[in-house]
Design a protein around this ligand. Structure first.
Ligand SMILES: Nc1ncnc2c1ncn2[C@@H]1O[C@H](COP(=O)(O)OP(=O)(O)OP(=O)(O)O)[C@@H](O)[C@H]1O
Ligand SMILES: [Mg+2]
Length: 317
């Protein structure tokens, strides 16, 4: 079943087109990552999908409900953590969770159970009695994300939930999210930390200047856009002049030769490697170590966004 189905949505602010004709489909039970540079239109898209603002045109169906016709029905079934901080300064951490549960009509017994579970899961037990005003920014973000789990929902939107979190808090949150998804929750999630998207997401869309420029699983994105691989070869002591021996390899892209490490960075890394191995063997040079540096999602992101900007420039946009 599709949890999110958006067709040809547009949204402008004055003469700025923030969302420029987006289609999205997100299956239930998945974690969908929404990536893109600052100002690309991620938050605007999230506000459209969560019915906080209406689209200029296009249709949005959330959990089978038409979002423009029945926004309140949509809101009852979803959770949203916005990018903008939101907290009540004078409430304590535990009261913030408790109050959020009350707002959602969660019964008292379930509220008590969930408050304890969330204080532990988000590492907030030590500061449970502190006011939101008196805790750190990262801790406040943890409270803001944690309170959203006070209520039941089928679909959760998270706009940069890990911004400002330290590495262990971040990993804790990602693993908590994974657990919830195993229990049936669907997540729509934005982040600028690409390792995080790779760790978490079943599918990723990259948005640039209001348009989706790539959408696929992290592995498929790498297959499509990450053909360039880096291979490092560490070799034993050599008497010969390495660069003159390797000249025979031809005009491949051998980036540098630091001491006894040869680095190949090419779309045809494997073929370059075979040639280099042949040359090394025929010169009786032994290989001590060989490693392939996998392409990261970060490289894919940079490539895809750069290509999209260049094609906009060449088409005069
Ligand atoms: N309330 C607003 N009024 C006018 N323009 C806006 C408003 N909100 C966003 N914009 C503009 O719309 C575009 C998309 O902004 P949006 O906040 O959706 O980007 P984003 O992808 O979430 O960026 P970031 O990674 O910085 O959070 C930007 O050009 C932004 O300046
Ligand atoms: Mg944003």
């Amino acid at each position: 079943m599709l949890c999110i189905e958006a067709k040809s949505i547009f949204r402008s602010y004055g003469n700025v087109t923030a969302v420029d004709g987006i289609d999205l489909s997100v299956e239930s039970g998945k974690i969908f990552g929404f990536l893109g540079p600052n100002g690309a239109g991620k938050t605007t898209t999230m506000k459209l999908l969560t019915t906080l603002i209406p689209p200029s045109s296009g249709s949005i169906t959330i959990l089978g409900i038409d979002a423009s016709r029945h926004p309140l029905d949509v809101r009852k079934k979803i959770g949203v953590v916005l990018q903008q901080p939101s907290y009540e300064p004078t409430l304590t951490v535990e009261k913030s969770l408790e109050k959020y549960g009350m707002m959602w009509d969660v019964d008292a017994k379930t509220r008590r159970k969930r408050v304890e579970e969330l204080l532990t899961a988000f590492d907030l037990q030590d500061i449970r009695k502190k006011k939101n005003d008196d805790i750190s920014i990262g801790q406040r973000r943890r409270v803001q994300v944690a309170r959203e789990f006070m209520h039941d929902m089928d679909l959760l939107f998270l706009d940069e939930p890990t911004a400002g979190l330290d590495p262990s808090a971040r990993r804790g949150l990602l693993d908590y999210i994974k657990g919830k998804v195993r229990d049936g929750l669907t997540i729509f999630f934005t982040t600028h930390i690409l390792e995080e998207a790779e760790y978490l997401c079943d599918e990723i869309a990259i948005i640039n200047r209001g348009k989706i420029i790539a959408v696929d699983t992290p592995d498929e994105l790498k297959n499509k856009f990450g053909r360039e691989k880096t291979i490092k070869i560490r070799i034993g002591k050599v008497e010969q002049d390495l660069s003159s021996i390797l000249q025979e390899v031809g005009d491949y892209d051998i980036l540098h030769d630091e001491g006894t490490v040869i680095t190949i960075h090419s779309a045809d890394s494997e073929q370059v490697l075979v040639k280099i191995l042949q040359v090394l063997q025929s010169n009786n040079i032994t290989i001590e170590d060989l490693s392939v540096v996998p392409t990261s999602l970060e490289e894919i992101f940079l490539t895809v966004v750069k290509n999209s900007n260049e094609s906009n420039i060449s088409s005069g946009k």
